[in-house]
Design a protein around this ligand. Structure first.
Ligand code: FES
Length: 139
């Protein structure tokens, strides 16, 4: 509730080093994450969403968890870490927490690919899946 009423790091980073956009075709919610990276560490992170209250709380919590982490650590954040931080969400809202993780993955993917850095097979697969889901949303 606190993260919904006082969301942390909400907004957009102009000239972000990585931007991730994901959507959920079932509920129609869309989420963006923006990251500023220095020496592979996430120095700043912001997000915007056309989403539900849970998506807002999740994005706020995730941005706090990810800030200051290096890229590899940030990629290991799972939705259960966010749920632990929030004190859990109702079962029907679990997909909202997945959306947060995917948006951050996409922002990191964007940063790595723009900078010619190595992308793991796992991240490449996640990116393909996220891209497909987003395309379905726009159809
Ligand atoms: S209902 Fe879609 S992100 Fe929460």
């Amino acid at each position: 509730m606190d993260h919904f009423k006082n969301p942390r790091n909400q907004g957009k980073i102009e000239n972000a080093d990585g931007v991730g956009k994901v959507g959920n075709p079932v509920c129609g919610d869309v989420l963006w994450f923006y990251i500023k990276v220095k020496d592979d560490v996430i120095e700043d992170i912001k997000w915007e969403t056309y989403g539900c209250a849970a998506a807002i709380s999740v994005s706020s919590m995730l941005s706090e968890i990810a800030k200051g982490k290096n890229i590899n650590e940030a990629l290991k954040i799972e939705n259960k870490d966010i749920l632990k931080g929030l004190g859990n969400l109702p079962a029907i809202k679990i997909h909202c927490s997945l959306l947060g993780v995917e948006a951050l993955q996409e922002a990191i993917y964007d940063y790595l690919s723009k900078n010619g850095k190595k992308i793991t097979e796992e991240l490449e697969k996640a990116h393909e899946k996220n891209k497909k889901t987003l395309n379905n949303l726009h159809e």
